[in-house]
Design a protein around this ligand. Structure first.
Ligand code: G4P
Length: 556
Protein backbone atom coordinates (compact mmCIF):
# COMPACT_ATOMS: atom_id res chain seq x y z
CA UNK A 1 0.00 0.00 0.00
CA UNK A 2 1.34 3.42 -0.93
CA UNK A 3 0.95 6.56 1.08
CA UNK A 4 -1.83 8.76 -0.24
CA UNK A 5 -0.69 11.73 -2.27
CA UNK A 6 -2.43 14.91 -1.11
CA UNK A 7 -3.59 17.90 -3.20
CA UNK A 8 -0.43 19.91 -2.63
CA UNK A 9 1.77 17.02 -3.68
CA UNK A 10 2.99 15.92 -0.27
CA UNK A 11 2.35 12.43 1.05
CA UNK A 12 -0.23 11.92 3.70
CA UNK A 13 1.61 9.50 5.95
CA UNK A 14 -0.98 9.97 8.63
CA UNK A 15 -3.48 7.79 6.89
CA UNK A 16 -0.84 5.25 6.08
CA UNK A 17 0.23 2.97 8.82
CA UNK A 18 -0.62 -0.57 7.89
CA UNK A 19 2.77 -2.00 7.13
CA UNK A 20 4.87 0.34 9.21
CA UNK A 21 7.14 -0.65 12.07
CA UNK A 22 5.14 -0.58 15.35
CA UNK A 23 7.12 2.40 16.67
CA UNK A 24 6.53 4.36 13.48
CA UNK A 25 2.88 3.43 13.55
CA UNK A 26 2.64 4.70 17.09
CA UNK A 27 4.37 7.90 16.09
CA UNK A 28 1.97 8.34 13.17
CA UNK A 29 -1.06 8.12 15.40
CA UNK A 30 0.61 10.49 17.86
CA UNK A 31 1.04 13.08 15.09
CA UNK A 32 -2.48 12.51 13.90
CA UNK A 33 -3.83 13.09 17.39
CA UNK A 34 -2.02 16.43 17.57
CA UNK A 35 -3.23 17.52 14.15
CA UNK A 36 -6.85 16.92 14.99
CA UNK A 37 -6.93 19.05 18.15
CA UNK A 38 -8.23 22.60 18.38
CA UNK A 39 -8.03 24.30 21.76
CA UNK A 40 -9.64 27.69 22.07
CA UNK A 41 -11.45 30.12 24.35
CA UNK A 42 -14.57 32.19 23.84
CA UNK A 43 -14.29 35.73 25.16
CA UNK A 44 -16.92 38.42 25.47
CA UNK A 45 -18.40 41.08 27.64
CA UNK A 46 -21.00 39.49 29.96
CA UNK A 47 -24.35 38.91 28.25
CA UNK A 48 -23.06 39.01 24.68
CA UNK A 49 -23.91 35.32 24.33
CA UNK A 50 -20.79 33.32 25.23
CA UNK A 51 -22.71 30.64 27.17
CA UNK A 52 -25.37 30.35 24.48
CA UNK A 53 -22.77 29.98 21.73
CA UNK A 54 -20.81 27.40 23.76
CA UNK A 55 -23.97 25.42 24.21
CA UNK A 56 -24.81 25.47 20.50
CA UNK A 57 -21.30 24.32 19.64
CA UNK A 58 -21.68 21.42 22.06
CA UNK A 59 -25.03 20.56 20.53
CA UNK A 60 -23.38 20.34 17.10
CA UNK A 61 -20.79 18.01 18.52
CA UNK A 62 -23.53 15.84 19.99
CA UNK A 63 -21.88 16.35 23.36
CA UNK A 64 -25.13 17.53 24.94
CA UNK A 65 -28.65 16.72 23.90
CA UNK A 66 -30.64 19.76 24.90
CA UNK A 67 -30.38 23.50 25.24
CA UNK A 68 -29.99 24.78 28.77
CA UNK A 69 -27.47 22.10 29.71
CA UNK A 70 -24.52 24.47 29.96
CA UNK A 71 -24.72 26.59 33.07
CA UNK A 72 -23.64 30.16 32.86
CA UNK A 73 -20.62 30.81 35.03
CA UNK A 74 -21.51 34.40 35.57
CA UNK A 75 -22.23 35.92 38.91
CA UNK A 76 -25.71 37.28 39.11
CA UNK A 77 -26.06 41.00 39.54
CA UNK A 78 -26.15 42.17 43.15
CA UNK A 79 -24.69 38.90 44.38
CA UNK A 80 -21.60 40.50 45.89
CA UNK A 81 -22.33 39.43 49.41
CA UNK A 82 -24.24 36.29 48.60
CA UNK A 83 -21.75 33.58 49.40
CA UNK A 84 -23.97 30.81 48.21
CA UNK A 85 -23.84 32.52 44.86
CA UNK A 86 -20.05 32.60 44.94
CA UNK A 87 -19.95 28.91 45.78
CA UNK A 88 -22.49 28.14 43.08
CA UNK A 89 -20.32 30.02 40.63
CA UNK A 90 -17.22 28.14 41.78
CA UNK A 91 -19.05 24.86 41.32
CA UNK A 92 -20.06 25.77 37.81
CA UNK A 93 -16.65 27.00 36.89
CA UNK A 94 -15.15 23.61 37.84
CA UNK A 95 -17.70 21.87 35.65
CA UNK A 96 -17.22 24.19 32.71
CA UNK A 97 -13.47 24.76 32.93
CA UNK A 98 -12.89 22.63 29.86
CA UNK A 99 -15.64 21.55 27.52
CA UNK A 100 -14.45 19.02 24.99
CA UNK A 101 -16.29 17.46 22.08
CA UNK A 102 -15.70 15.93 18.67
CA UNK A 103 -16.93 17.41 15.42
CA UNK A 104 -16.15 15.92 12.00
CA UNK A 105 -13.22 14.00 13.44
CA UNK A 106 -11.74 17.06 15.14
CA UNK A 107 -11.28 17.07 18.91
CA UNK A 108 -12.33 20.48 20.16
CA UNK A 109 -11.39 21.78 23.61
CA UNK A 110 -13.17 24.94 24.73
CA UNK A 111 -11.52 26.59 27.72
CA UNK A 112 -14.02 28.51 29.75
CA UNK A 113 -13.27 32.10 30.69
CA UNK A 114 -15.19 33.94 33.40
CA UNK A 115 -16.98 36.98 32.02
CA UNK A 116 -17.18 38.87 35.32
CA UNK A 117 -14.59 41.62 35.36
CA UNK A 118 -13.51 40.83 38.93
CA UNK A 119 -12.22 37.53 37.60
CA UNK A 120 -10.40 39.00 34.62
CA UNK A 121 -7.04 37.77 35.89
CA UNK A 122 -8.34 34.19 35.65
CA UNK A 123 -9.30 34.83 32.05
CA UNK A 124 -5.87 36.31 31.22
CA UNK A 125 -4.24 33.15 32.55
CA UNK A 126 -6.58 30.89 30.60
CA UNK A 127 -5.61 32.80 27.48
CA UNK A 128 -2.04 31.50 27.92
CA UNK A 129 -3.42 27.99 27.33
CA UNK A 130 -5.50 28.56 24.19
CA UNK A 131 -4.32 28.31 20.61
CA UNK A 132 -7.00 30.67 19.31
CA UNK A 133 -10.11 32.54 20.45
CA UNK A 134 -13.62 33.40 19.30
CA UNK A 135 -14.76 36.89 20.32
CA UNK A 136 -18.53 37.31 20.76
CA UNK A 137 -20.01 40.78 20.28
CA UNK A 138 -23.61 41.84 20.81
CA UNK A 139 -24.90 43.49 17.62
CA UNK A 140 -26.82 46.13 19.59
CA UNK A 141 -24.18 46.94 22.18
CA UNK A 142 -21.16 46.74 19.91
CA UNK A 143 -17.68 46.62 21.42
CA UNK A 144 -17.89 46.74 25.21
CA UNK A 145 -15.30 47.36 27.89
CA UNK A 146 -14.47 43.76 28.85
CA UNK A 147 -14.11 42.78 25.20
CA UNK A 148 -11.62 45.60 24.68
CA UNK A 149 -9.44 44.47 27.57
CA UNK A 150 -9.48 40.80 26.63
CA UNK A 151 -8.85 41.40 22.95
CA UNK A 152 -5.91 43.59 23.88
CA UNK A 153 -4.35 40.67 25.74
CA UNK A 154 -4.93 38.40 22.72
CA UNK A 155 -3.43 40.99 20.39
CA UNK A 156 -0.32 41.32 22.55
CA UNK A 157 0.12 37.56 22.24
CA UNK A 158 -0.76 37.38 18.54
CA UNK A 159 -3.50 34.86 19.27
CA UNK A 160 -5.58 34.13 16.15
CA UNK A 161 -9.10 35.52 16.63
CA UNK A 162 -12.44 35.01 14.91
CA UNK A 163 -15.21 37.49 15.72
CA UNK A 164 -18.85 36.36 15.98
CA UNK A 165 -21.39 39.19 15.91
CA UNK A 166 -24.38 37.84 17.77
CA UNK A 167 -28.11 38.52 18.22
CA UNK A 168 -28.85 39.45 14.60
CA UNK A 169 -32.47 38.54 15.28
CA UNK A 170 -32.64 41.79 17.25
CA UNK A 171 -32.36 45.38 16.13
CA UNK A 172 -28.76 46.47 16.32
CA UNK A 173 -26.08 48.62 14.79
CA UNK A 174 -25.48 48.83 11.07
CA UNK A 175 -23.09 46.07 9.97
CA UNK A 176 -20.53 48.45 8.43
CA UNK A 177 -20.62 50.74 11.49
CA UNK A 178 -19.97 47.70 13.65
CA UNK A 179 -17.07 46.56 11.50
CA UNK A 180 -15.62 50.09 11.84
CA UNK A 181 -16.06 49.93 15.58
CA UNK A 182 -14.32 46.55 15.76
CA UNK A 183 -11.41 47.93 13.76
CA UNK A 184 -11.11 51.13 15.73
CA UNK A 185 -11.84 50.08 19.29
CA UNK A 186 -10.24 46.64 19.12
CA UNK A 187 -7.46 47.51 16.71
CA UNK A 188 -8.27 44.53 14.48
CA UNK A 189 -8.00 44.10 10.72
CA UNK A 190 -11.40 42.70 9.90
CA UNK A 191 -12.30 40.38 7.09
CA UNK A 192 -16.04 39.57 6.91
CA UNK A 193 -16.64 35.93 5.97
CA UNK A 194 -20.39 36.32 6.22
CA UNK A 195 -22.73 39.26 5.87
CA UNK A 196 -26.24 39.83 7.25
CA UNK A 197 -29.30 40.36 5.08
CA UNK A 198 -31.41 42.76 7.11
CA UNK A 199 -31.56 42.80 10.86
CA UNK A 200 -34.01 42.45 13.73
CA UNK A 201 -37.56 42.37 12.43
CA UNK A 202 -36.32 42.40 8.82
CA UNK A 203 -33.60 39.83 9.33
CA UNK A 204 -33.75 37.50 6.35
CA UNK A 205 -30.60 35.55 6.75
CA UNK A 206 -26.90 35.58 6.11
CA UNK A 207 -24.81 35.50 3.00
CA UNK A 208 -21.95 33.17 3.64
CA UNK A 209 -18.91 34.60 1.86
CA UNK A 210 -16.74 31.69 2.99
CA UNK A 211 -19.00 29.02 1.44
CA UNK A 212 -20.79 31.13 -1.23
CA UNK A 213 -24.26 30.33 -0.08
CA UNK A 214 -27.22 31.90 1.62
CA UNK A 215 -28.62 30.86 4.92
CA UNK A 216 -32.26 31.78 5.21
CA UNK A 217 -33.66 32.66 8.59
CA UNK A 218 -37.13 31.33 9.18
CA UNK A 219 -37.54 33.70 12.09
CA UNK A 220 -39.78 31.54 14.17
CA UNK A 221 -38.46 32.32 17.57
CA UNK A 222 -36.38 29.77 19.37
CA UNK A 223 -36.70 26.87 16.94
CA UNK A 224 -33.49 25.92 15.23
CA UNK A 225 -34.59 26.17 11.65
CA UNK A 226 -32.33 27.26 8.88
CA UNK A 227 -32.14 26.54 5.22
CA UNK A 228 -28.93 26.75 3.27
CA UNK A 229 -29.11 27.53 -0.43
CA UNK A 230 -26.09 27.47 -2.71
CA UNK A 231 -25.77 30.69 -4.71
CA UNK A 232 -23.61 30.52 -7.80
CA UNK A 233 -24.57 33.90 -9.23
CA UNK A 234 -25.46 36.89 -7.12
CA UNK A 235 -27.12 38.57 -10.12
CA UNK A 236 -29.52 35.68 -10.59
CA UNK A 237 -33.29 35.95 -10.36
CA UNK A 238 -33.14 33.14 -7.86
CA UNK A 239 -31.73 35.53 -5.28
CA UNK A 240 -34.65 37.94 -5.83
CA UNK A 241 -37.10 35.08 -5.46
CA UNK A 242 -35.48 34.06 -2.21
CA UNK A 243 -35.21 37.37 -0.40
CA UNK A 244 -37.08 39.94 -2.51
CA UNK A 245 -35.94 42.61 -4.95
CA UNK A 246 -34.91 45.35 -2.58
CA UNK A 247 -32.97 43.16 -0.12
CA UNK A 248 -31.28 41.45 -3.09
CA UNK A 249 -30.08 44.81 -4.42
CA UNK A 250 -28.88 45.93 -1.02
CA UNK A 251 -27.05 42.64 -0.53
CA UNK A 252 -25.29 42.96 -3.90
CA UNK A 253 -24.20 46.50 -3.06
CA UNK A 254 -23.04 45.51 0.40
CA UNK A 255 -21.02 42.58 -0.89
CA UNK A 256 -19.40 44.83 -3.48
CA UNK A 257 -18.48 47.24 -0.72
CA UNK A 258 -17.12 44.39 1.43
CA UNK A 259 -14.95 43.26 -1.45
CA UNK A 260 -13.75 46.81 -2.11
CA UNK A 261 -13.00 47.81 1.48
CA UNK A 262 -11.75 44.75 3.30
CA UNK A 263 -8.75 42.54 2.63
CA UNK A 264 -9.30 39.06 1.22
CA UNK A 265 -9.09 36.22 3.67
CA UNK A 266 -5.53 35.03 4.13
CA UNK A 267 -5.07 32.06 6.44
CA UNK A 268 -1.46 32.85 7.26
CA UNK A 269 -2.34 36.42 8.23
CA UNK A 270 -5.11 35.08 10.47
CA UNK A 271 -2.78 32.54 12.09
CA UNK A 272 -0.22 35.26 12.79
CA UNK A 273 -2.90 37.40 14.45
CA UNK A 274 -2.82 40.01 11.67
CA UNK A 275 -6.29 39.43 10.22
CA UNK A 276 -9.58 38.60 11.93
CA UNK A 277 -12.46 36.88 10.11
CA UNK A 278 -15.94 38.11 11.07
CA UNK A 279 -19.12 36.04 11.20
CA UNK A 280 -22.67 37.22 11.88
CA UNK A 281 -25.43 35.14 13.43
CA UNK A 282 -27.73 34.44 16.29
CA UNK A 283 -26.50 31.91 18.80
CA UNK A 284 -29.87 31.66 20.51
CA UNK A 285 -31.55 30.70 17.23
CA UNK A 286 -28.65 28.47 16.30
CA UNK A 287 -28.21 30.60 13.26
CA UNK A 288 -24.82 31.06 11.62
CA UNK A 289 -23.23 28.77 14.22
CA UNK A 290 -22.61 25.78 11.93
CA UNK A 291 -20.93 28.08 9.40
CA UNK A 292 -18.73 29.47 12.14
CA UNK A 293 -17.81 25.99 13.35
CA UNK A 294 -17.14 24.62 9.86
CA UNK A 295 -14.82 27.50 9.08
CA UNK A 296 -13.22 27.28 12.52
CA UNK A 297 -12.18 23.64 12.16
CA UNK A 298 -10.71 24.40 8.77
CA UNK A 299 -8.66 27.47 9.66
CA UNK A 300 -8.08 27.46 13.43
CA UNK A 301 -4.58 26.48 14.50
CA UNK A 302 -3.72 23.04 15.78
CA UNK A 303 -1.59 23.00 18.95
CA UNK A 304 1.17 25.53 18.53
CA UNK A 305 4.80 25.52 19.67
CA UNK A 306 5.40 27.30 22.95
CA UNK A 307 8.33 29.33 24.14
CA UNK A 308 10.01 28.23 27.34
CA UNK A 309 12.72 30.26 29.02
CA UNK A 310 15.26 27.82 27.59
CA UNK A 311 13.98 27.05 24.08
CA UNK A 312 10.97 26.75 21.79
CA UNK A 313 9.08 23.50 22.37
CA UNK A 314 7.21 21.85 19.51
CA UNK A 315 4.04 19.84 20.13
CA UNK A 316 5.34 16.86 18.17
CA UNK A 317 8.42 16.41 20.38
CA UNK A 318 8.38 12.96 21.92
CA UNK A 319 8.88 14.02 25.52
CA UNK A 320 5.92 15.24 27.48
CA UNK A 321 5.81 18.80 28.79
CA UNK A 322 3.00 21.02 30.03
CA UNK A 323 2.21 23.87 32.37
CA UNK A 324 -0.34 24.69 35.06
CA UNK A 325 -2.61 27.58 34.05
CA UNK A 326 -5.38 27.21 36.58
CA UNK A 327 -5.87 25.71 40.01
CA UNK A 328 -9.23 24.94 41.43
CA UNK A 329 -9.83 24.27 45.09
CA UNK A 330 -12.01 21.41 46.13
CA UNK A 331 -15.54 22.47 46.90
CA UNK A 332 -15.63 20.16 49.91
CA UNK A 333 -13.72 21.79 52.80
CA UNK A 334 -13.03 18.33 54.31
CA UNK A 335 -10.88 17.44 51.34
CA UNK A 336 -8.21 20.03 50.92
CA UNK A 337 -7.03 18.68 47.57
CA UNK A 338 -7.20 20.83 44.51
CA UNK A 339 -7.36 20.28 40.81
CA UNK A 340 -4.48 21.71 38.80
CA UNK A 341 -5.26 22.23 35.12
CA UNK A 342 -2.31 21.39 32.91
CA UNK A 343 -2.14 22.27 29.25
CA UNK A 344 -0.13 19.67 27.38
CA UNK A 345 2.40 21.37 25.12
CA UNK A 346 4.42 18.43 23.80
CA UNK A 347 4.53 14.65 23.92
CA UNK A 348 2.06 12.23 25.36
CA UNK A 349 0.87 12.55 28.94
CA UNK A 350 0.47 9.10 30.50
CA UNK A 351 -1.19 8.00 33.70
CA UNK A 352 1.14 6.69 36.42
CA UNK A 353 4.30 7.77 34.62
CA UNK A 354 6.74 9.79 36.74
CA UNK A 355 7.09 13.43 35.63
CA UNK A 356 9.40 16.16 36.82
CA UNK A 357 7.89 19.09 38.69
CA UNK A 358 10.58 21.50 37.55
CA UNK A 359 10.25 24.22 40.22
CA UNK A 360 10.36 21.69 43.07
CA UNK A 361 12.82 19.42 41.24
CA UNK A 362 10.66 16.51 42.30
CA UNK A 363 9.27 13.52 40.40
CA UNK A 364 5.53 13.04 40.64
CA UNK A 365 3.12 10.36 39.44
CA UNK A 366 -0.55 10.86 38.82
CA UNK A 367 -2.80 7.87 39.29
CA UNK A 368 -6.08 9.54 38.42
CA UNK A 369 -5.60 12.36 35.94
CA UNK A 370 -8.89 13.79 34.67
CA UNK A 371 -9.78 14.45 31.09
CA UNK A 372 -12.79 16.56 30.22
CA UNK A 373 -15.64 15.72 27.95
CA UNK A 374 -18.57 18.11 27.62
CA UNK A 375 -19.39 18.73 31.26
CA UNK A 376 -18.06 15.46 32.61
CA UNK A 377 -14.61 14.57 33.74
CA UNK A 378 -13.18 11.08 33.50
CA UNK A 379 -9.95 9.38 34.44
CA UNK A 380 -7.75 9.20 31.40
CA UNK A 381 -4.75 7.03 30.47
CA UNK A 382 -3.25 9.12 27.69
CA UNK A 383 -3.64 12.75 26.61
CA UNK A 384 -2.10 14.67 23.73
CA UNK A 385 -0.79 18.18 23.02
CA UNK A 386 -3.67 20.65 23.02
CA UNK A 387 -5.53 18.69 25.68
CA UNK A 388 -6.00 19.74 29.25
CA UNK A 389 -5.55 17.28 32.10
CA UNK A 390 -6.79 17.93 35.61
CA UNK A 391 -4.34 16.68 38.25
CA UNK A 392 -5.26 16.18 41.88
CA UNK A 393 -2.91 18.20 43.99
CA UNK A 394 -2.35 18.51 47.71
CA UNK A 395 -0.55 21.83 47.49
CA UNK A 396 2.46 21.16 45.27
CA UNK A 397 1.42 23.31 42.35
CA UNK A 398 1.44 27.00 41.67
CA UNK A 399 0.08 28.69 38.61
CA UNK A 400 2.77 28.72 35.94
CA UNK A 401 4.53 25.53 37.10
CA UNK A 402 6.05 23.31 34.42
CA UNK A 403 5.91 19.49 34.30
CA UNK A 404 8.24 17.56 32.00
CA UNK A 405 9.58 14.11 31.36
CA UNK A 406 12.94 15.17 32.79
CA UNK A 407 14.18 18.27 31.02
CA UNK A 408 14.51 21.38 33.18
CA UNK A 409 12.49 23.84 31.15
CA UNK A 410 10.22 26.60 32.42
CA UNK A 411 7.29 27.85 30.41
CA UNK A 412 6.82 31.56 30.34
CA UNK A 413 3.77 33.58 29.89
CA UNK A 414 1.59 33.61 32.98
CA UNK A 415 1.98 37.25 33.92
CA UNK A 416 0.39 39.01 36.85
CA UNK A 417 -1.16 42.36 36.04
CA UNK A 418 -1.19 45.28 38.43
CA UNK A 419 -4.20 44.83 40.73
CA UNK A 420 -6.81 47.57 40.92
CA UNK A 421 -7.59 47.30 44.65
CA UNK A 422 -5.21 47.07 47.60
CA UNK A 423 -5.92 46.34 51.26
CA UNK A 424 -3.85 45.35 54.29
CA UNK A 425 -4.84 41.93 55.55
CA UNK A 426 -4.84 41.47 59.34
CA UNK A 427 -5.18 38.37 61.46
CA UNK A 428 -8.48 38.56 63.34
CA UNK A 429 -7.89 35.43 65.43
CA UNK A 430 -4.34 35.31 66.90
CA UNK A 431 -4.70 31.63 67.78
CA UNK A 432 -5.12 30.72 64.14
CA UNK A 433 -2.21 32.55 62.57
CA UNK A 434 -0.67 29.38 61.15
CA UNK A 435 -3.94 28.52 59.43
CA UNK A 436 -4.27 32.08 58.16
CA UNK A 437 -0.84 32.14 56.52
CA UNK A 438 -1.28 28.70 55.04
CA UNK A 439 -4.67 29.73 53.66
CA UNK A 440 -3.36 32.98 52.20
CA UNK A 441 -0.44 31.13 50.67
CA UNK A 442 -2.64 28.53 48.98
CA UNK A 443 -5.24 30.99 47.78
CA UNK A 444 -2.48 33.09 46.20
CA UNK A 445 -1.07 29.96 44.51
CA UNK A 446 -4.53 29.42 43.06
CA UNK A 447 -4.35 32.96 41.69
CA UNK A 448 -7.33 34.31 43.62
CA UNK A 449 -5.38 37.53 44.33
CA UNK A 450 -1.83 38.83 44.69
CA UNK A 451 0.13 39.16 47.89
CA UNK A 452 2.68 41.90 48.52
CA UNK A 453 4.88 42.17 51.60
CA UNK A 454 5.95 45.69 52.52
CA UNK A 455 9.70 46.13 52.80
CA UNK A 456 9.52 48.56 55.68
CA UNK A 457 7.46 46.63 58.21
CA UNK A 458 6.62 43.24 56.70
CA UNK A 459 2.88 43.96 56.59
CA UNK A 460 0.91 41.94 54.07
CA UNK A 461 -1.11 43.60 51.36
CA UNK A 462 -3.67 41.83 49.18
CA UNK A 463 -4.12 43.19 45.68
CA UNK A 464 -7.14 42.19 43.60
CA UNK A 465 -8.75 42.99 40.27
CA UNK A 466 -12.20 43.42 41.81
CA UNK A 467 -13.67 44.15 45.23
CA UNK A 468 -15.51 40.82 45.17
CA UNK A 469 -12.29 38.89 45.74
CA UNK A 470 -11.89 40.28 49.29
CA UNK A 471 -15.14 38.69 50.30
CA UNK A 472 -14.24 35.45 48.55
CA UNK A 473 -10.90 35.33 50.40
CA UNK A 474 -12.44 36.12 53.79
CA UNK A 475 -15.14 33.50 53.27
CA UNK A 476 -12.80 30.81 52.05
CA UNK A 477 -10.20 31.45 54.78
CA UNK A 478 -12.89 30.93 57.37
CA UNK A 479 -14.60 27.93 55.78
CA UNK A 480 -11.63 26.06 54.38
CA UNK A 481 -8.84 26.99 56.79
CA UNK A 482 -10.67 27.97 59.98
CA UNK A 483 -8.92 31.36 60.01
CA UNK A 484 -10.33 34.85 60.37
CA UNK A 485 -9.07 38.00 58.74
CA UNK A 486 -9.93 41.67 58.56
CA UNK A 487 -8.92 44.30 56.04
CA UNK A 488 -7.68 47.85 56.25
CA UNK A 489 -7.76 50.27 53.40
CA UNK A 490 -4.56 51.26 51.74
CA UNK A 491 -4.26 54.03 49.23
CA UNK A 492 -2.46 52.54 46.24
CA UNK A 493 -3.06 53.48 42.64
CA UNK A 494 -0.92 50.87 40.85
CA UNK A 495 1.68 48.21 41.51
CA UNK A 496 4.71 48.48 39.21
CA UNK A 497 7.33 45.80 38.87
CA UNK A 498 10.76 47.39 39.05
CA UNK A 499 13.65 46.76 36.70
CA UNK A 500 16.93 48.54 37.23
CA UNK A 501 19.55 48.96 34.54
CA UNK A 502 22.24 48.86 37.18
CA UNK A 503 21.35 47.80 40.69
CA UNK A 504 24.54 49.33 42.07
CA UNK A 505 23.95 52.74 40.51
CA UNK A 506 23.54 55.76 42.74
CA UNK A 507 20.18 56.46 41.15
CA UNK A 508 18.80 53.04 42.02
CA UNK A 509 20.18 53.15 45.57
CA UNK A 510 18.60 56.58 46.02
CA UNK A 511 15.28 55.21 44.74
CA UNK A 512 15.40 52.33 47.24
CA UNK A 513 16.13 54.75 50.09
CA UNK A 514 13.68 57.52 49.25
CA UNK A 515 10.79 55.28 48.23
CA UNK A 516 11.29 52.65 50.91
CA UNK A 517 7.79 53.27 52.31
CA UNK A 518 6.26 52.30 48.95
CA UNK A 519 8.31 49.22 48.18
CA UNK A 520 7.15 45.64 48.56
CA UNK A 521 8.03 42.14 47.38
CA UNK A 522 5.57 40.00 45.46
CA UNK A 523 5.27 36.23 46.01
CA UNK A 524 8.10 35.56 43.59
CA UNK A 525 10.28 37.94 45.58
CA UNK A 526 10.29 40.54 42.82
CA UNK A 527 10.49 44.18 43.85
CA UNK A 528 7.31 46.18 43.38
CA UNK A 529 6.65 49.91 43.72
CA UNK A 530 3.19 50.71 45.10
CA UNK A 531 2.43 54.14 43.67
CA UNK A 532 -0.22 56.01 45.64
CA UNK A 533 -1.40 58.21 42.77
CA UNK A 534 -0.88 58.67 39.03
CA UNK A 535 0.91 61.91 39.86
CA UNK A 536 3.42 60.36 42.25
CA UNK A 537 4.06 57.57 39.74
CA UNK A 538 4.79 60.11 37.04
CA UNK A 539 7.07 62.14 39.31
CA UNK A 540 8.96 59.02 40.36
CA UNK A 541 9.38 57.91 36.75
CA UNK A 542 10.76 61.35 35.86
CA UNK A 543 13.12 61.44 38.80
CA UNK A 544 14.56 57.97 38.08
CA UNK A 545 14.80 57.67 34.30
CA UNK A 546 17.08 54.63 34.33
CA UNK A 547 14.51 52.55 36.26
CA UNK A 548 11.75 50.78 34.37
CA UNK A 549 8.25 50.58 35.89
CA UNK A 550 6.32 47.62 34.47
CA UNK A 551 2.58 47.06 34.86
CA UNK A 552 2.86 43.30 34.52
CA UNK A 553 5.15 40.91 36.35
CA UNK A 554 6.46 39.41 33.14
CA UNK A 555 8.87 41.75 31.43
CA UNK A 556 12.14 39.90 31.00
P1 G4P B 1 -22.83 35.40 28.37
O1 G4P B 1 -22.51 33.98 28.63
O2 G4P B 1 -21.96 36.05 27.34
O3 G4P B 1 -22.93 36.25 29.59
O4 G4P B 1 -24.30 35.46 27.70
P2 G4P B 1 -25.46 34.39 27.62
O5 G4P B 1 -25.14 33.33 26.65
O6 G4P B 1 -25.86 34.00 28.99
O7 G4P B 1 -26.58 35.30 26.95
C1 G4P B 1 -27.06 36.48 27.57
C2 G4P B 1 -28.51 36.71 27.16
O8 G4P B 1 -28.58 36.92 25.75
C3 G4P B 1 -29.41 35.51 27.44
O9 G4P B 1 -30.70 36.01 27.77
C4 G4P B 1 -29.48 34.80 26.10
O10 G4P B 1 -30.64 34.01 25.95
C5 G4P B 1 -29.47 35.98 25.17
N1 G4P B 1 -28.98 35.63 23.81
C6 G4P B 1 -27.88 34.93 23.46
N2 G4P B 1 -27.79 34.84 22.11
C7 G4P B 1 -28.85 35.49 21.60
C8 G4P B 1 -29.32 35.72 20.26
O11 G4P B 1 -28.74 35.30 19.28
N3 G4P B 1 -30.45 36.45 20.15
C9 G4P B 1 -31.15 36.94 21.21
N4 G4P B 1 -32.25 37.63 20.99
N5 G4P B 1 -30.74 36.72 22.49
C10 G4P B 1 -29.61 36.01 22.68
P3 G4P B 1 -31.21 36.16 29.23
O12 G4P B 1 -32.58 36.71 29.15
O13 G4P B 1 -30.21 36.92 30.06
O14 G4P B 1 -31.16 34.72 29.76
P4 G4P B 1 -32.16 33.53 29.47
O15 G4P B 1 -33.23 33.72 30.48
O16 G4P B 1 -32.65 33.66 28.06
O17 G4P B 1 -31.31 32.33 29.69
Amino acid sequence: MNPIKTKNGTYDFLNYGVSLHPFKKDNMSFLKEIQRRRTFGIISHPDAGKTTLTEKLLLFGGAIQEAGAVKSNKIKKGATSDFMEIERQRGISVATSVLAFEYKGIKINILDTPGHKDFAEDTYRTLTAVDSVIVVIDVAKGVEEQTEKLVEVCRMRNIPMIVFINKLDREGKDAFDLLDEVEQKLGLTVCPLSFPIGMGYDFKGIYNIWENNINLFSGDGRKNIEETIEISDLQSEELVKLIGNNPANILRENLELVEGIYPQFDKQAYLKGNLQPIFFGSALNNFGVRELLDCFIEIAPKPRPKQSEERLINPDEKSFSGFVFKIHANMDPNHRDRLAFVKIVSGKFERNKPYLHVRNNKKMKFSSPNAFFAEKKEIVDVSYPGDIVGLHDTGNFKIGDTLTEGEAINYRGIPSFSPEHFRYINNADPLKSKQLYKGIDQLMDEGVAQLFTLQLNGRKVIGTVGALQYEVIQYRLEHEYGAKCSYENLNVHKACWIEAEDEKSEEYQDFLRVKQRFLAKDKQNQLVFLADSPFSLQMTQQKYPSIKFHFTSEFK
